[in-house]
Design a protein around this ligand. Sequence first.
Ligand code: CA
Ligand code: CA
Length: 145
Amino acid sequence: MSKVENFLNAEEEQNIIEAIRLAEKNTSGEIRVHIEKTCKGDAFNRALEVFHYLKMDNTKAQNGVLIYVAVEDKNFVIYGDKGINDVVPKDFWNTTKDVIQQHFKLGHFKQGLVEGILKAGQELEKHFPWHHDDIDELPNDISKG
Ligand code: CA
Ligand code: CA
């Protein structure tokens, strides 16, 4: 088994998917997680590439958020679409990053992602509150590269 498959067990994956569902109850923003073994080159550029590959730019308010994790590199990137970057301060993702980083440092990957996703939902709510006619524009799942 590769490291990607060992990274999260089935139950942990379900916990993460549930966290996405809960987070999206607060915001029209759309959150996804992508996990791969290692990142060749710059992690930010790779996150951008995955973001487009997953068609995450296909939201009405351009408010998709990808949490990209390179398992072996112990690296991650939070990538938000244009609609978010246009209205939030530059340090917008810092609190979410800190939450994830603290857990990752201790090897608590599932917990880091769950709490990071919930935090991202709370942060997004300030700029992109949930509306009663909001739909799930992007699947709440984990993709693996
Ligand atoms: Ca939505
Ligand atoms: Ca969704």
